[in-house]
Design a protein around this ligand. Structure first.
Ligand code: GAR
Length: 364
């Protein structure tokens, strides 16, 4: 418990706070009172306390003691002890006094201090206040003010951000969801990079819209979880049921990044939103030139002197979306579509793994 001779002058006992309130009252000033645990202070608290202070002339914060925080939030809390929490609060521009209390509720303190205004965070309504607290507030004639919370700023958000920066989270490797329709050369390139240790990742699942595709055989040969997703009746579209099944299978496999390896149908909702900014594709042309099927043939037939591959994020268009990297491949005098595609695929295999690693660092 904080002692009256605490080195931080604004941390005081209930009796000292009551005497101080009387002094202000005699001057016609209004005292605002609020209470809480204030364990991990964040901007939501700072702005909330600023708003509370603006309601009157002086702000008293009743701070739950360590034992009452444990009783309310469980044995792992508080993270910071009451002395530290009181000192940090007392250092805020909006806070005039801090009183530590040991009961689960601030009812007794309200009776002692008799604030003019009682402020509470916006997840409460006047009716949802504890009845005893409400009675104590009514008895001293305190006005109740519910203040809005700051969206996205909460102890839960702070704890989530801390977990994300924990050593386990930092060292975690991405779980890849592979989607392909063809032979699976790109998947082989990814597996080779994983084997060589240049791509740190796990293959969570391999999905294909083609039941007898090479990529599903490859998954089986490498003992990777694989499944055929029935695309529906249309020859080259993916029906809504298939889009949903893909979303659900990727989610239940715990996929972080969706990697398209020659997947020849267009992904739409609900897949795009579920993995927004986390779907990557490699396309065998220098986009925006030659989107669509057999792009290497299109470049050859157009008489281009060079082709290549583009690794890009996936959006709702055909081979559109932000381009992450591009790699050029010269077209040789006697090139055939097969030879050109093979050289483009060598570039895809060389660069796709690094692009996947870069996306993991950027998005997750
Ligand atoms: C790859 O060259 C890939 O770039 C292309 O399909 C081929 C798949 O080969 N993708 C597209 O054209 C996407 N629009 P694979 O099945 O042997 O990996």
């Amino acid at each position: 418990m904080i002692m009256p001779n605490d080195p931080t002058p604004r941390v005081m006992t209930a009796e000292a706070a009551a005497a101080w309130r009387d002094g202000l009252d005699a001057q016609g000033k209004r005292v605002v009172f609020t209470n809480g645990c204030f364990d991990l202070l964040h901007t939501g608290h700072v702005r909330y306390l600023d708003q509370a202070r603006a309601l009157g002339d002086s702000l008293i914060v009743a701070l739950n003691s360590d034992s009452s925080v444990s009783a309310l939030k469980g044995p792992s809390r508080p993270i910071n002890n009451e002395g530290d929490r009181a000192e940090v609060l007392a250092g805020l521009r909006s806070v005039d006094a801090v009183v530590v209390f040991s009961e689960p509720r601030a009812t007794a303190l309200i009776r002692t201090i008799r604030p003019h205004i009682y402020a509470k965070g916006g997840d409460y309504t006047v009716d949802s206040l504890n009845p005893e607290e409400r009675e104590a507030l009514d008895a001293c004639g305190a006005e109740v003010q519910i203040l809005s919370l700051v969206p996205g700023r909460s102890t839960t958000d702070t704890v989530a951000a801390m977990k994300k920066s924990s050593p386990e989270a930092i060292n975690r490797v991405p779980r890849l969801g592979i989607l392909g329709s063809g032979k699976g050369t790109n998947l082989l390139g990814i597996l080779a990079a994983m084997g060589a240790g240049t791509l740190k990742a796990e293959i969570a699942v391999v999905l294909s819209d083609v039941a007898d595709s090479g990529i599903l055989t490859l998954a089986e040969n490498y003992s990777l979880p694989g499944a055929w997703v029935n695309p529906g009746q249309h020859p080259n579209r993916l029906e809504l049921a298939a889009q949903k099944e893909i979303r659900d299978r990727l989610r239940s496999a715990g996929v972080d990044i969706v990697v398209l390896c020659g997947f020849m149908r267009i992904l739409k909702e609900p897949v795009l939103t579920a993995f927004e900014g986390r779907i990557i594709n490699t396309h065998p042309s220098l986009l925006p030139r030659y989107p669509g099927r057999e792009a290497w043939k299109q470049a050859l037939e157009a008489g281009e002197s060079e082709a290549g591959c583009s690794i890009h994020l996936v959006d709702s268009g055909i081979d559109s979306g932000e381009i992450l990297t591009q790699h050029r491949v010269p077209i040789l005098p006697n090139d055939t579509p097969e030879l050109l595609h093979q050289r483009i695929q060598e570039q895809e295999n060389a660069h796709y793994p690094a692009a996947i690693s870069a996306l993991w660092r950027r998005c997750c």
